[in-house]
Design a protein around this ligand. Structure first.
Ligand code: CA
Length: 367
C-alpha cells in the first residue's frame, strides 16, 4: 500500500512490533509519507532531532532504518512526515525439521504428472530450463562448488549485507539447498538458470528485516532482467517496509517467491509470506498430496509445491522459483502478476488434502 494509506490515530503514525519480544532493541524502520521529500534529508533531520543515527536508507520504498532511543518513538510517530514506524525484527530461515527425508527426486517426479501414484520419472522439454534468467537466492550464501550449482553461480554479481562476510562461504546449508531446488542441475525445473546470491546473514548467521529490504532494493538497482527473487524465511508480525520492498520488485517486473513458513499456522501471520504481491508457497508431501504437517496455510498461500522433508516450505518455494524462471524464459515480458495467473491456471486443482478451507487447492504443475 502507498504510505498515504496508513491511518493516523490521535495524530500518531501506526507502529508495528514495538513490543515484540524478539525485536532488535533500539533499531527502527521509519516509513515516510508520500511527498515528504528526499529520504536522506528527512532521515538525517529526524535522527538528529531525536538523538539517533541513520543506519540505512531505502529510497525506493521511501523509508530508512535508524537507531533511536526507545523513549523517542512516541514523538517520532507524531512527526507529520512519518507514515509508520516498525521495530527491526530478526528473520528466521525456514529450516526443515528433518524428521523424515523423502526421496530427493520425488518433488520433481510429482510436478510433471497430474495424479498419483508417482511414476518415478521427471519428464521435461529440454528447451525450457530457465536459461538466461537470473534466480536470486536471498539467503545464507551459496557454495559455488556445490555440484548441483557449479558453473552457473554468477560470481560477478552478488551482494552481502555485512562487510567481511562472503556470499560464497555460506553459513550452513540452507542457501545451497534452496538454490539446489530452484536451479540445481538435477534437482530443479530451472537447471540452466543463472544463480545469483544475496547473502543477508552476518558472520554469526543472524539476519533482520532491514537486511531483507537492503537485499531486494540492491537487486532491483543492480540486476538485469528477466530475474526472480526467492525468499525462504520470515518473521512473525507485520512489516510494511518489507511488504513495500516486495511490492516494489513485483511492480518493476521481478516476481518474488516466498516460503509460507513451517509453523502449521496461517501464513497471513508471517511476513513476507502475507504480502499480496508475493508468490507464497506452501508445502505438500509428494507421494500423498497431503499438506506437509508443518507447512503454513490459508488464503495468503498462492500455491503448494511438494517438499523434500517435513517443514519443507523453503524448498517448495525453491522448486516454484524454478518454474517462474522457466515462465520468464518463455516470455521475458510476462509480469509477476501474469506469471502467478499462469501458474494458478496450470496448477493441478483439487487434489490436495489437509490444507484447510481457506487455502487454494492448487499443486504446482510444470508441463
Ligand atoms: Ca513423474
Amino acid at each position: 500500500m502507498p504510505s498515504s494509506a496508513f491511518e493516523r490515530v490521535d495524530g500518531e503514525a501506526p507502529a508495528f512490533n514495538l513490543e515484540a519480544p524478539e525485536r532488535i532493541r533500539g533499531r527502527y524502520i521509519i516509513g515516510l509519507s508520500d511527498g515528504a521529500g528526499h529520504v536522506s534529508a528527512r532521515a538525517a533531520n529526524l535522527a538528529m532531532s531525536h538523538r539517533g543515527t541513520v543506519r540505512r536508507e531505502f529510497a525506493t520504498i521511501n523509508a530508512f532504518e535508524a537507531e533511536l532511543p526507545e523513549e523517542a518513538i512516541a514523538q517520532v510517530r507524531r512527526r507529520p512526515e512519518v507514515a509508520y514506524v516498525e521495530a527491526v525484527m530478526p528473520i528466521q530461515a525456514f529450516a526443515p525439521t528433518n524428521v523424515v527425508q523423502v526421496g530427493a527426486n520425488m518433488p520433481l517426479d510429482r510436478i510433471d504428472q497430474r495424479g498419483l501414484p508417482l511414476d518415478g520419472a521427471y519428464t521435461y522439454d529440454p528447451q525450457w530450463t530457465g536459461a538466461g534468467v537470473r534466480a536470486w537466492i536471498v539467503d545464507k550464501g551459496v557454495n559455488p562448488n556445490n555440484p548441483e550449482l557449479a558453473g552457473r553461480v554468477d560470481m560477478g554479481l552478488f551482494m552481502t549485507t555485512y562487510a567481511g562476510t562472503s556470499a560464497f562461504v555460506p553459513c550452513g546449508t540452507h542457501g545451497d539447498s534452496v538454490a539446489t531446488y530452484a536451479a540445481g542441475t538435477s534437482s530443479s525445473v530451472a537447471r540452466a538458470a543463472t544463480i545469483n546470491v544475496a547473502r543477508i546473514y552476518d558472520a554469526g548467521c543472524q539476519a533482520n528485516s532491514g537486511d531483507v529490504i537492503t537485499a531486494i532494493t540492491w537487486i532491483m538497482g543492480n540486476s538485469s532482467q528477466p530475474a526472480v527473487i526467492n525468499l525462504s524465511f520470515g518473521t512473525i508480525g507485520s512489516s510494511p517496509s518489507m511488504d513495500n520492498s516486495v511490492r516494489y520488485a513485483a511492480n518493476h517486473g521481478v516476481p518474488v517467491v516466498v516460503a509460507a513458513g513451517n509453523d502449521n499456522t496461517n501464513a497471513c501471520y508471517v511476513t513476507p509470506a502475507k504480502t499480496g504481491e508475493a508468490i507464497t508457497v506452501g508445502a505438500t508431501v509428494p507421494y500423498l498430496d497431503a499438506k506437509d504437517p508443518y507447512s503454513n496455510w490459508g488464503n495468503c498461500v498462492d500455491i503448494f509445491a511438494p517438499m523434500v522433508s517435513w517443514g519443507g516450505t523453503s524448498y517448495a518455494a525453491g522448486l516454484t522459483t524454478g518454474q517462474v524462471a522457466v515462465l520468464l524464459q518463455q516470455d521475458p515480458s510476462r509480469t509477476p502478476n501474469v506469471i502467478m495467473q499462469l501458474m494458478a491456471a496450470n496448477a493441478t486443482q483439487g487434489v490436495l488434502t489437509g490444507i484447510g478451507a481457506t487455502s487454494p487447492n492448487r499443486l504446482l504443475y510444470v508441463r
